[in-house]
Design a protein around this ligand. Sequence first.
Ligand code: DP6
Length: 332
Amino acid sequence: GAGTATAVAHPNIALVKYWGKRDERLFLPRTDSLSMTLDIFPTTTRVRLAPGAEHDTLTFNGAPATGEARRRIAAFLDLVRERAALGHRAVVDTVNTVPTGAGLASSASGFAALAVAAAAAYGLALDATALSRLARRGSGSASRSLFGDFAVWHAGVSAGTAEQADLSSYAEPVHAAPLDPALVIAVVDAGPKAVSSREAMRRTVGTSPLYEPWAHSSGADLADMRAALGRGDLEAVGEIAERNALGMHATMLAARPAVRYMSPASLTVLDSVLQLRREGTAAYATMDAGPNVKVLCRRADAQRVAAAVRSAVPGRAVHIAGPGPGARLLSE
Ligand code: DP6
């Protein structure tokens, strides 16, 4: 009913990465990025207005949200309250199905689901573009989880006012010819991140001599990626994704002090991907702000790729994902 809404959203993995902000408060990125939304590990978020309550009540998988997660969600709700001109606190229950310690980012699915549910609960009638812009304010990559399959997030205009920049930075679907892709996700290390992605981005943009060249070449990667998706060329999609991701990690290795997310096990998985290619299997690696490796391949090859990865790093969890749906409201 009115004042209560539940939404579900899925994680996304960038094939052309978002790495670096030009405005931290507004979550405006330095570059455009492009991702595939997954069909596994949804986040479901229920928002219920609590008129008269003094505080937001936030639970995450049944336990009270604390620390940085609590602060980010409360700040996000403040933004929604300001837009809706409605000050009510809320009860927010989030159920996240990413296996605990899988080291996969849940902020993208989390803030996409929260944006959709909170907008509905606070009575904001927002279209998909406005929801994407709103989700961006919780976590940049969440802007892309509004959409299924492939989505591009526009960095937006840099000249002009902050409002013009904010209005022009949103995600939208990208056309792709049939690809039948899969992402094989190797969880090489389930421990907490050494450096948060926010801090790592800041340090990279501020100190890495490789950052500007990567940001520049990322523009070309995006154009090439759109063309490769448009013609359904999985080999090209994979090659572009791999070079873009390894380049991003190179920018971090050159930061001062260096940020290194790759572990020995990550490199072992990267070796197994090279070996698969030598044997004629289209398999390409991408990595985010952690040691896990995601391998893009054809759906028909996914089991074989997963088996190769499992034997490279025995005992680690390996998940297979396909393209998934965009964020949506569940009917109450
Ligand atoms: C490496 O979206 O988690 O996964 O905007 O600070 O919340 P914040 O960062 P976040 O960063 C994602 C970085 C990445 C690449 C990507 O998803 O494009």
